[in-house]
Ligand binder design. Structure first.
Ligand code: ARG
Length: 458
């Protein structure tokens, strides 16, 4: 068992169960790199401020750098008996360099140390996640560009509705992912404040220079209230909320693709390398990856509520409960990272089932709104037009007829304004071309969006 940072005050050893129950080393070891970098900056500051000697600091920095090397190369063996990563590294430094190591924890507490470590860790993770999201956006965009002429039936309430360009549908994903990215970057701005120097919670009487540490560690500012600095876990909740929203998008995209890959839809084919089979039904080719994406999103929502619940009753200041913010945080970050990684790869493997999609857009109910708008352009009110087309569609469905089979005379019975030229409206390409409003599925507008996104994501 490693030596406790606070052991001297105790008149006996802690119970083995106490050590086991309170230790966080199994999960907070992930913060090792940031803990060391933070300690190096802190030690340099202590020397500059003449709180400890240059000589001691040189030894501390040298010792920490050699531990850092082992951490980065994966050679570092975490001490399962350590209370947490902060104690583990301190203890190791004590062993490595002796006396000077005992000066490192001057004007610092694990309360501000852990806040610093997590903020540093999150800044780096956000940078990675943002890059991953961009990669996924690029994969989606590539698929959209290479199928820019494909029109699909669009759905509302999962009932066939109107024609849209496949690219338009795919750009909806790109838009949502962009908001996810911006949300993370916005959160990063609030994470970018340096809490070290808050110490346990009230600050210190020693003449430290928090601004120096801020600059050394590349933060944009220092936190302004020492109590808030050790009490605040908003940044963790914010990241989890950002990830929860992002994962909802990923889950919904997965759901689209699952539907589209069914025999019933048959819009897309997912490459065999990203599918799995059945142990009993030889014909099966299942979209298990997409289902697991959808499935793991539940856990990500759980991580968010876990930390919200953890925090909601805590008195202001540091409380040990807060140690438990890390497992859900790390869990969500890992899950989202894994999802983004496989999603990118899977997306690049999808091919569109062109013939099947072309057959589906022959369903003439897809064009009912186009006929309504045709009548509005001829001076009818929206209500009149909707009623006329409603009657016509109902009759066709009752009699098993297609709108395109109605004669000029039959059309006239619904309205004298309904002419044979409505038959020109009854095709997918005409339908999307009729859309004019900004943001619509009009091919020229969609093309412009594809170009703009292509430029933006480069
Ligand atoms: N491991 C703790 C955490 O993750 C930090 C240690 C603070 N412990 C303490 N007794 N003040 O929050």
């Amino acid at each position: 068992m490693a030596k406790k940072l606070w052991g001297t005050r105790f008149n006996k050893k802690t119970h083995a169960l106490t050590d086991k129950f309170t230790s966080s080393i199994t999960f907070d070891q992930r913060l090792a790199k940031y803990d060391i970098l933070g300690s190096i900056a802190h030690a340099k500051m202590l020397a500059r401020q003449k709180i400890i000697s240059q000589k001691d600091t040189q030894q501390i920095v040298k010792g920490l750098n050699s531990i850092l090397k082992d951490v980065i190369s994966g050679k570092f063996k975490f001490d399962p008996g350590a209370e947490d990563i902060h104690s583990n590294i301190q203890e190791l430094l004590n062993k490595k360099i002796g006396q000077p190591a005992h000066k490192l924890h001057t004007a610092r507490s694990r309360n501000d140390q852990v806040a610093l470590d997590v903020r540093m860790y999150l800044k780096s993770e956000i940078d990675d996640l943002v890059e991953f999201i961009s990669q996924l956006q690029k994969a989606v965009l590539k698929f959209a560009i290479s199928n820019s002429k494909v029109v699909i039936p669009g759905y509302t309430h999962l009932q066939i509705a109107q024609c849209v360009l496949l690219a338009h549908h795919l750009l909806a994903y790109v838009e949502a992912l962009e908001r996810d990215k911006q949300r993370l970057l916005d959160t990063r701005k609030r994470i970018n404040f340096m809490p070290l120097g808050s110490c346990a919670f009230s600050g210190t009487g020693l003449k430290i220079d928090r601004d120096f540490v801020k600059k050394e560690l590349n933060f944009s500012g220092v936190t302004a209230n020492s109590i808030d600095s050790v009490s605040d876990r908003d940044y963790i909740i914010e990241v989890l909320a950002d990830l929860a929203i992002l994962s909802v998008h990923l889950s919904r995209i997965a759901e689209d693709l699952i539907l589209w890959s069914t025999k019933e839809f048959n819009f897309i084919d997912i490459d065999f390398s990203f599918c799995t089979g059945s142990s009993i039904m030889p014909h099966k080719k299942n979209p298990d990856i997409l289902e697991l994406i959808r499935g793991s999103v539940g856990k990500i929502q759980g991580d968010l509520s876990s930390v919200v619940m953890l925090m909601k009753g805590l008195p202001t200041s540091y409380n040990r409960d807060m140690q438990l913010d890390k497992p859900p945080l790390f869990d969500s970050i890992d899950a989202v990272r894994d999802i983004l990684e496989i999603f990118m790869a899977l997306f690049s493997s999808i091919v569109i089932e062109k013939e099947s999609v072309a057959a589906k857009v022959k369903d003439e109910s897809l064009f009912s709104v186009d006929i309504v708008e045709y009548l509005i352009k001829k001076g009818l009110s929206y209500r009149q037009a909707h009623d006329i087309v409603g009657r016509m569609v109902r009759d066709c469905l009752d009699k098993g007829r297609k709108i395109s089979s109605l004669s000029g005379k039959e059309l006239k019975r619904y309205s004298p304004k309904l002419k044979e030229d409505i038959k020109e409206l009854l095709n997918a390409w005409a339908s999307v071309n009729l859309k004019k409003s900004f943001g619509s599925t009009n091919p020229k507008l969609v093309k412009r969006q594809l170009v703009a996104w292509n430029r933006k994501l480069k």
